[in-house]
Every structure is written in structure tokens, then in C-alpha cells.
Design a protein around this ligand. Structure first.
Ligand SMILES: Nc1ncnc2c1ncn2[C@@H]1O[C@H](COP(=O)(O)OP(=O)(O)O)[C@@H](O)[C@H]1O
Ligand SMILES: [Mg+2]
Length: 370
């Protein structure tokens, strides 16, 4: 039997979705094929510290989504840019060291994890990893750059206006409102989980919403509000990505105006997932085609969940990509693959293989003039 591949699951992180990442990591650990893989767990606490975790006790209150937390020890890990020897080292004397790792599976959402920063660190350490690389991650995180690339590729998106903090005092509000209409959505460019996002119905709300969004980022977007169903599609692959069946998120509009942070994470009745989405075939196919185009336009690799709106007059409008989607067993990304014929353990296997394949290909590239 071949030697087992040693996978480092790098999880948690500093974002608002820290707890979701803990659940995702637990599900991956429980489901990964032990005949093929050996797992090492590296937890990132909310302050950004890295810790080697013991698989038997890495979570506290694991069964309770409201109180789950990382059982971070006192040790600290460091990543050393290197090639040829183990790049993840312990800063304090430990009973146990991180052994050599063949590949990293990042389970981190939002800034400092999904945005290319961790991916850059892993590249410097010459560690193969799952999912989009530096560019795809960074582009997928920045809603302004993402939308400019999609617009350039002719992919349908909502009308939008980007405002930097420097330009904000000189903003022509009439012009901005004329461009996107009211109501409109106001968002920080680089965040996730609906944090900092408001639906503004009039100019007074718009001003407030912009001030609020600027608390989270130096760049914000105003977006045309699209009246449509929220459809999500999973994409898997490197050069030849494929799309899953689409799924639908149905927000309970008597409780939440849109798919807000509360609807996503706090209110159990806030939203329901319907898999597969009840769409006519031609619309499902249109969603799948646009999902793959979006994935490729945004330089993504491995995995991505593409979220869009489908309007009553059958337009598909792309909202965004998530380069590290939620990975709990009840999350949309793995559920969509399950409904498309790829069970959860097989999905984990394919994603790891895609990360290893990409790395192997990169190794064959010339790095200097012949
Ligand atoms: N242009 C829009 N039209 C209609 N609804 C929107 C629009 N933009 C965002 N929303 C609503 O806000 C939610 C969060 O916005 P999104 O851009 O997906 O940010 P995040 O990256 O935080 O998930 C969406 O799921 C949707 O419910
Ligand atoms: Mg979203």
C-alpha cells in the first residue's frame, strides 16, 4: 500500500466566520478517507496565532453551534519560507512537532484566509494547498476588482459604483443614485458574511449605509438591487472546471429583508436551502455555464461557490464567488456536490488531488532565463 498523504487542515482564523470554519474543519476531519490520508490539525485563533491541535480535543462545545470554540493551547507555530525541509515549526519546546506535510487544506473564511494572504504564505513555504492561489483568492475577495473583471468578460452583474474613502467627500450623490437607482445595496469591498452590508431605500439611509460600510473598508460599493431568487452553484476543477446542480437560498422575508448576517448564522429559521433548486432545465444550464465562466474569469482553481440572482424574466445575474465556501456537512458547497453524485469524502479527496496537481505543474515551470 502506498504511503499515506499527510494533510494539514488549517482552520479557524480571524474572520466573523471563525465558528463556521471550526464546524467545517470538524466535518472534514470526521469524513476524510483514513486509508489515503493522515491528518494534522493547525488551528488559527481569533488573534491570528497558529497552534498545533490534538485531533481528540481541538474543539470545546463541539456539538453546540452557538458555543463551539477552539481549544487553543499555549504553543505557537511559525511558517518559515523554505524549500526542502519542514516549513511549519513550533516556537516553543513541544512534546510533539508538526511532522512533514504534503498538502494544506485551508478552511478559513474572509480576510486573512480567503483573500490570498495565507495562500501567499503557503507559496513562500513551498507547501501545496487546496483551492484558489494568491491571485484568484485576492480577486474573489475584492468585490470591486471582481466585478470589473466580470464586466470586462461580458458576464451579467448588477450595476455598481465604487467609492474610495479619498473620493467620498467629493461624491456626487445625484450621479451615484442615477447610476444604481434606489433601493440599492451598500457594501464594503473586502469582507464577507454580509457584514457591513445595508439595503438603502432613500438618500438618508444611503448616507448612513455608506458611513457604516466605510467602518469596515476604505473602499465601498453601491449596487443596483436585483429582484430575484438567490441561486448558488458549486464549481470544482483546475483547467477544466465543472459545475454542480444549482441550489437555492430562500430567505424568510418576514424575518429578514435580505440574506444578512443574522439570517445566515444567528436565526435558525432565517433561511432555507433547497437542493437542487427548482428551476427549469434551460435556466439551470444557464446558471452552470455562467458559474464556470465566472470561476475562470476570476482566475480561480480547485473550488468556488458562485452565487447569482435569477429574475422573474429569466435573467441570470452574477453576484459573487466564494473561494473557500462553508464546508460543514449541511453547507451548500458539499451538499450541491452530493446532489450531483460526489459524496463528501470523495469531494475532499478530489480537492486535495487538485491542489497537489497544481503544485506539481508549477514545479515544472522555468523560473529563470535558459
Ligand atoms: N445587488 C444586490 N441585489 C439584491 N440583493 C443583494 C445584492 N447584493 C447583495 N444582496 C443581498 O445581500 C447578501 C450579501 O451580499 P453579498 O454581496 O453576497 O456579500 P457577502 O460577501 O457578505 O456574502 C446577498 O446574499 C443578498 O441577499
Ligand atoms: Mg454572499
Amino acid at each position: 500500500m502506498n504511503k499515506k498523504i499527510r494533510v494539514g487542515i488549517l482552520f479557524g482564523g480571524q474572520s466573523a466566520e471563525h465558528e463556521v470554519a471550526l464546524q467545517s474543519a470538524k466535518n472534514i476531519v470526521d469524513a476524510i478517507d483514513r486509508d489515503r490520508y493522515e491528518v494534522e490539525l493547525i488551528g488559527i485563533d481569533k488573534q491570528g496565532g497558529w497552534h498545533l491541535q490534538d485531533a481528540r480535543k481541538f474543539l470545546l462545545d463541539a456539538a453546540d453551534p452557538a458555543h463551539i470554540r477552539l481549544n487553543a493551547g499555549t504553543d505557537n507555530l511559525a511558517v518559515v519560507p523554505t524549500q526542502g525541509h519542514q516549513p511549519i515549526v513550533s516556537l516553543s519546546a513541544q512534546e510533539r512537532e508538526v511532522g512533514p506535510l504534503d498538502v494544506i487544506f485551508p478552511v478559513l473564511h474572509g480576510p486573512f484566509g480567503e483573500d490570498g494572504t495565507v495562500q501567499g504564505l503557503l507559496k513562500l513555504a513551498h507547501l501545496p494547498f487546496v483551492g484558489a492561489s494568491v491571485l484568484g483568492s485576492a480577486v474573489g475577495m475584492d468585490k470591486d476588482v471582481m466585478k470589473r473583471l466580470l464586466r470586462d468578460a461580458g458576464i451579467p452583474i448588477p450595476k455598481f459604483v465604487t467609492i474610495t474613502r479619498a473620493a467620498y467627500p467629493r461624491l456626487d450623490l445625484d450621479q451615484a443614485v442615477a447610476a444604481v437607482g434606489l433601493p440599492c445595496f451598500v457594501k464594503p469591498a473586502n469582507l464577507g458574511s454580509s457584514v457591513g452590508i445595508t439595503k438603502a431605500h432613500d438618500r438618508a439611509e444611503l448616507r448612513q449605509a455608506m458611513d457604516f460600510a466605510f467602518q469596515y473598508d476604505r473602499k465601498i460599493l453601491l449596487e443596483e438591487a436585483i429582484d430575484g431568487r438567490e441561486i448558488e452553484c458549486a464549481v470544482l476543477g483546475n483547467e477544466n472546471p465543472v459545475a454542480s446542480v444549482p441550489g437555492e437560498v430562500i430567505t424568510d422575508h418576514t424575518r429578514h429583508e435580505f440574506y444578512s448576517y443574522d439570517a445566515k448564522y444567528l436565526d435558525e429559521q432565517g433561511a432555507a436551502l433547497v437542493i437542487p433548486a427548482q428551476l427549469p432545465d434551460h435556466l439551470s444550464r444557464a446558471v452552470q455555464t455562467l458559474a464556470v465562466q465566472t470561476f475562470q474569469t476570476l482566475c480561480c482553481e480547485g473550488m468556488g461557490r458562485v452565487d447569482c440572482f435569477v429574475t422573474a424574466d429569466e435573467r441570470v445575474v452574477i453576484n459573487e464567488i466564494n473561494t473557500i465556501p462553508g464546508f460543514t456537512r449541511i453547507s451548500m458547497y458539499p451538499k450541491l456536490w452530493e446532489a450531483s453524485g460526489i459524496p463528501y469524502p470523495e469531494l475532499i479527496h478530489r480537492l486535495i488531488q487538485l491542489g497537489l496537481e497544481r503544485h506539481a505543474q508549477e514545479q515544472t515551470l522555468a523560473t529563470s532565463k535558459a
